[in-house]
Design a protein around this ligand. Structure first.
Ligand code: ZN
Length: 152
């Protein structure tokens, strides 16, 4: 089934060269509504929420931001936040802008590392969007929740 004109417009914003050089979709050729629905079902199946995932991301980013460009340890986690300036607009066209800051999180217990931008935190919190498959910043919600220590 086709998706509505609003999601169609947002998906255009996500293509390479629109809002960012690489866009938000990677090499994922699914419709945005299907990307959102599949990630949402995965989150529900594990009994967690986009809000919980985004809140934990924000928690680590705030810790790392106290010492930009340094690695900060918090329990089993190592956090590094870079010091980019400038803002990037949300492709969902809701007038949200996020700092261009990036966070790297290493989970010593699982050996996994994940990356996200401040915009990813907003897009997960407000839109349940984790980017398309093959996109640099995409980590699927289940893998992300595991690395964040929310689920086993
Ligand atoms: Zn937004």
């Amino acid at each position: 089934m086709k998706q509505g004109p609003r999601l169609e417009m947002i998906q255009e914003n996500m293509k390479p060269g629109a809002y960012t050089a690489h866009g938000f979709l990677g090499d994922d050729d699914r419709m945005l509504k299907d990307i959102l629905r599949e990630d949402n079902s995965a989150v529900e199946r594990h009994g967690i929420s986009h809000g919980e995932i985004a809140a934990k991301m924000r928690y680590f980013t705030e810790i790392g931001r106290r010492f930009p460009e340094s690695t900060v340890t918090d329990g089993d986690f190592e956090i590094t936040v870079d010091d980019h300036r400038g803002f990037i607009p949300c492709p969902f066209a809701d007038n949200e802008k996020a700092l261009k800051t990036n966070t790297r999180l290493y989970n010593k217990r699982t050996g996994e590392t994940v990356y996200w931008s401040d915009l990813n935190i907003h897009m997960i919190m407000s839109h349940g969007f984790y980017e398309g498959k093959g996109s640099f910043f995409r980590t699927g919600p289940v893998e992300l929740a595991k690395t964040l220590g929310l689920i086993d």
